[in-house]
Design a binder for this molecule. Structure first.
Ligand code: ISJ
Length: 93
């Protein structure tokens, strides 16, 4: 049990590094969306990614849990992008 929990903590360390990387890229995408007056949400891309990743997971039992995880991740990403765009707007005024 201890060993499994320790391994989960190590995975969390990797997730934090990946979270930071993903949010940094989301910031770049947000700036491009702001520049081109595009909406934050891209439901088509979200749906395509969901299909691709569920296929990649290849696990029927885990599929709906992955979909929930992706939904939360995408929501948090879009909240961050809204925050980034607000900062860009404020900087212009
Ligand atoms: C990161 C983007 O912005 C939004 C967030 C996404 C995500 O977190 O996967 C996907 C599409 C968009 O709704 C993007 O357009 O690529």
């Amino acid at each position: 049990m201890k060993d499994a929990q320790q391994q989960m903590d190590e995975i969390d360390d990797q997730l934090v590094a990946l979270f930071k990387q993903r949010m940094s890229l989301a910031k770049e995408v947000a700036a491009q969306k702001y520049q081109h007056h595009e909406s934050i949400s891209n439901r088509g891309r979200e749906a395509d990614e969901r299909v691709r990743l569920v296929k990649k997971l290849d696990d029927k039992q885990l599929a709906s849990f992955l979909v929930d995880w992706l939904r939360d991740t995408t929501l948090i990403t879009k909240q961050y992008q809204a925050h980034v765009i607000k900062d860009l707007q404020d900087a212009e005024n």
